[in-house]
Design a protein around this ligand. Structure first.
Ligand SMILES: Cc1cc2nc3c(=O)[nH]c(=O)nc-3n(C[C@H](O)[C@H](O)[C@H](O)COP(=O)(O)O)c2cc1C
Length: 181
């Protein structure tokens, strides 16, 4: 029996040395082999405009299709000005349209935020959850991960702090259960 599951990964940061990308890489390293991970790229997407619903935009079609194809989407993202980074909001909007054909409807979605700051990007994490609930996605409830002081856990481009590794492994285990449900 084929027990392969597809996980789409969205990184909310466009930055080359993104902490969130490092956190995502650690989580992905903890997943079993039957979970195929594919990054859903968001940097190249033109800013959403409702007029485009009547047109064919190739990059929009591709990203909508990718989200539809995967079993679960994992979003790992920083917080910008106490809410979502613009590029992340953009892909959420793009994939929510055209009206009646949202890629988010019924989609399993898990959210992780990480920040060098004290609050771990929590406001952003909560706002992503709010949008996803409004879009009828199935949001992974627990554990909630808003990783604060995240830069302190990174060395040579990797999550190196043992406690943070354990924390993220616990999340990865719960994510596997969520994907398999
Ligand atoms: C425009 C902008 C707004 C930011 N706002 C917040 C914020 O509201 N909360 C927070 O914890 N960090 C904020 N930061 C700091 C980011 O958390 C930090 O730059 C982080 O490293 C970005 O994630 P990345 O390393 O994955 O790119 C902001 C950074 C930028 C560039």
């Amino acid at each position: 029996m084929d027990n392969t599951k597809k996980l789409g990964l969205i990184i909310g940061s466009l930055r080359k040395d993104s902490i969130n990308r490092m956190v995502a890489e650690y989580i992905v390293s903890q997943l079993p082999e039957n979970i195929e991970v594919e990054e859903i790229e968001i940097a190249q997407l033109p800013l959403y405009n409702q007029d485009y619903d009547k047109q064919t935009i190739e990059s929009y079609d591709q990203v909508r299709q990718k989200i539809k194809e995967v079993d679960t989407v994992l979003i790992v993202t920083p917080e910008h000005n106490r809410t979502l980074p613009a590029a992340l909001k953009n892909v959420i909007d793009i994939a929510s349209r055209p009206h009646g054909d949202s890629a988010w409807s019924g989609k399993k979605v898990a959210v992780v935020t990480a920040s060098p700051g004290t609050y771990g990007g929590r406001e952003c994490g909560l706002d992503v959850r709010k949008s996803m609930q409004a879009l009828s996605a199935k949001v992974m409830i627990a554990p909630e991960v808003y990783l604060s002081h995240a830069s302190d856990s990174i060395e040579d481009g990797k999550v190196s702090n043992e406690k943070t590794q354990q924390y993220l492994t616990k999340f990865a285990d719960a994510l596997v259960q969520f994907i398999e449900e």
